[in-house]
Design a protein around this ligand. Structure first.
Ligand code: UDP
Ligand code: UDP
Length: 473
């Protein structure tokens, strides 16, 4: 990757505004790191304060120590009454709290020095931040932190509820299947129940954001040609909605040194003693807690698979409140039985370090988009087990791209508990399937080419963006 030849005095100045949760913060910080490391522009990072999880506040601290040249500004949230929002998930409530404080960004954005050339905000902030940035005449982009397939869905989302989209759309929904030109059809069963419920907070946020989507200057997205080429083509060739702003593939983001925490030392040491490609890693991201019943069935499934495993158990969505010990969550007997073939932890692990380890061959994942792109970056085959939101749509990408397999009959949480026997069989299949191994390795090649190769998709996107930002500097 070559640094652009630019005089630092004339560098554009871009503000990055992430929303809540590690799944949103991490890609913003990886983007910020790329922008400053290649001296593409100066960066101000504006983070909502306080953060919901401890993981977020710790990551921000480590980022600021590693990148002192980034101007960090805390954006203090107003008091928020959760009873006034139609949601229970703490992260969605935090999204709403941030949206309702967004008008406070105006003095922050107008007072930074040198003056800003552009703003990149989270996708859940379109409706609340765009009026602020437009009144300051600031070009506004979003970083879409999930898949291009989800972006295509989001662009057409109102028609699922019988409403018009931001501009003319070319999709149709017959109640069962969403047909979007240029990409494989999207069945109703892949749409999360919370997005199908018209009055839910998530549906309201997507609907409001969609209404002014075409007013954005562009959409940055953490994906790449080798994973979602067909969808990117459909989005950028006007096949989905008319006047969709340009979509810039800037993925897969490179994981960075500042993300490392010490706690995974034990897990990595344990992996060092395992044979190559023998371990299945099981982790459901930073904010998904399964029911105790489902957790225990996973334990049983891992034992039945006969494979070695590294399993991260999460019992509560927000880390600050996740206090029970493993013996309480799993029960003594199961926990004892697990020790022979695997390692079970209830702490944060450095997932990218784990996925990069030669002992790890498979990944049972909820298909949060960062997990999917990290698996692609490391060439680890995925058993998709989506739980919420965008995750079935991401699981479709996993399956269609050859990165992994998906047991479609495993429903959303709240439907049937998936039994250990089925889980064990699926894991056995994941670990022994040679063709998946080959196709996941091919995706890794494409990921590295997009991310680091000269002329890769990422570099082309950044060059075009910087030209746009420089015009406003
Ligand atoms: N992650 C991690 N260690 C953990 C749990 C999560 O490093 O123990 C990271 C993971 O690598 C990813 C992010 O947290 O970068 C989770 O984002 P994702 O989009 O996969 O899922 P979400 O947490 O938003 O559901
Ligand atoms: N989302 C979106 N546009 C928005 C806000 C959210 O498409 O303006 C989608 C996103 O793709 C995902 C969900 O809404 O489906 C929010 O994602 P989040 O990472 O919060 O995780 P989830 O609720 O899926 O666990």
């Amino acid at each position: 990757f070559q640094t652009l030849e630019t005089n630092s005095n004339t560098l554009a100045h871009v503000a990055l505004i992430p929303s809540a949760g590690m799944g949103h913060l991490t890609p913003f910080l990886r983007l910020a790191a790329s922008l400053v490391q290649h001296q593409y522009c100066q960066v101000s990072l504006i983070t909502p304060h306080p953060t919901l999880s401890l993981a977020e506040s710790e990551l921000i601290s480590r980022f600021c120590s590693a990148f002192p040249q980034v101007n960090h500004i805390q954006f203090h949230l107003l008091p928020f009454d959760a009873a006034t929002a139609n949601a229970t998930d703490p992260f969605w409530l935090q999204f709403e709290s941030i949206r309702r404080s967004a008008h406070l960004l105006s003095p922050l954005l107008s007072s930074v020095s040198p003056p800003l050339s552009a703003v990149i905000c989270d996708m859940s902030l379109i409706y609340s931040v765009l009026p602020v940035t437009k009144s300051l005449s600031l070009p506004t982009y979003i970083l879409f932190t999930t898949s291009a397939r989800m972006l295509a869905f989001f662009s057409c989302f109102p028609i699922v509820h019988g409403f018009p989209t931001a501009s003319e759309n070319y999709a149709s929904f017959d109640g069962n299947v969403l047909e979007i030109p240029g990409i494989p059809p999207l069945p109703r069963s892949s749409i999360s129940p919370m997005l199908l419920a018209p009055n839910s907070l998530p549906a309201k946020i997507l609907m409001e954001d969609n209404s002014i989507l075409t007013k954005l200057n562009g959409v940055l997205i953490n994906t790449f040609q080798g994973l979602e080429g067909e969808t990117l083509e459909a989005l950028n060739n006007g096949k989905v909605i008319k006047e969709l702003p340009h979509v810039f593939p800037v993925g897969p983001f490179t994981p960075r040194e500042f993300e490392r925490r010490d706690q995974s030392g034990a897990a990595l040491k344990w992996l060092d003693d395992q044979p190559a490609d023998s371990v299945v890693y099981v982790g459901f991201g930073s904010r998904t807690a399964l029911t105790r019943n489902q957790i225990r069935e996973i334990g049983d499934g891992l034992l039945k698979s006969g494979c070695r495993f590294l399993w991260v158990v999460k019992d509560k969505p927000v880390d600050r409140t996740d206090e029970e010990g493993l013996d309480e969550v799993l029960g003594h007997e199961l926990l004892d039985n697990m020790k022979e073939k695997g390692l079970v932890v209830k702490t944060w692990v450095d997932q990218v370090e784990v996925l990069s380890h030669k002992a790890v061959g498979g990944f049972v994942s909820h298909c949060g988009w960062n997990s999917v792109t990290e698996a692609s970056y490391c060439g680890v085959r995925v058993l998709a087990w989506p739980q919420h939101g965008d995750q079935k749509i991401n699981a479709e990408v996993v399956e269609m791209s050859g990165l992994g397999m998906w047991m479609k009959n495993w429903g959303w949480p709240g439907e049937d508990v998936v039994k250990g026997k089925e889980i064990g069989e699926a894991i056995k299949e994941l670990m022994s399937n040679e063709s998946l191994k080959t196709s996941a390795a091919a995706i890794k090649e494409a990921a590295r080419k997009a991310g680091t190769g000269v002329g890769g998709g990422q570099e082309a996107s950044f060059k075009r963006l910087i030209n746009e930002w420089n015009k406003n500097t």
